[in-house]
Design a protein around this ligand. Structure first.
Ligand SMILES: [Fe+2]
Length: 182
């Protein structure tokens, strides 16, 4: 079956691309790795699919979360501060003019990044969609399944949605390569 991810507005794709380019210069791990660019690309797809289901979910926030949430990792194992570092990076990118987003969006994005590892549902829809989009890609790790009880948005909890995300994760699908330039 052909894989067609949701489209991204070209202007916003350029914003994401500039953030990715900035992050890449400083990224400490292999670019395509467990927590690297192909994971971010699948998180981006998951987030945009969730955003399409609910107008309360902000596309700019979920898409920025996808490219930033793991960008400050220092290892692929235990790095409990990587979410907090990503939240600081959100402010940095905003102050540099690389992340054009209103204050409400920045607050949501910082929260989603800072708390994505252990964030508890329920939360506001945009933050839950960020966390869900990441958690739906856990099956990229051999032997790991999605835990539906950790998901917050109604669409993410549907079995067909979980199965499709699981297939993409297991197949290491890498969408939006024009943004991530593997
Ligand atoms: Fe992640």
């Amino acid at each position: 079956m052909e894989h067609i991810p949701p489209e991204i507005d070209p202007d916003w794709a350029l914003v994401l691309q500039r953030c990715v380019d900035w992050v890449r210069l400083r990224y400490r791990l292999r670019w395509v790795s467990l927590h690297g660019a192909s994971h971010w690309a699948r998180v981006l797809e998951n987030g945009l699919r969730l955003a399409a289901s609910n107008p309360e979910i902000r596309r700019d926030v979920v898409s920025s979360f996808a490219v930033l949430h793991d960008s400050c990792r220092r290892n692929d194992l235990i790095d409990p501060k990587h979410g907090a570092r990503a939240a600081v990076l959100v402010q940095d990118l905003s102050q540099q003019g690389l992340l054009p987003m209103d204050t409400d969006g920045l607050v949501l994005l910082e929260k989603a990044c800072r708390t994505h590892t252990g964030g508890r549902i329920p939360e506001v829809p945009t933050v839950m969609a960020c966390w869900d989009s990441d958690r739906l890609d856990l099956p990229r790790i051999a032997g790991v399944e999605v835990r539906v009880e950790w998901l917050g948005t109604p669409l993410a909890r549907e079995s067909a949605f979980v199965e499709a995300a699981t297939r993409r994760a297991r197949a290491k699908v890498f969408p939006y390569q024009h943004i991530f330039n593997p």
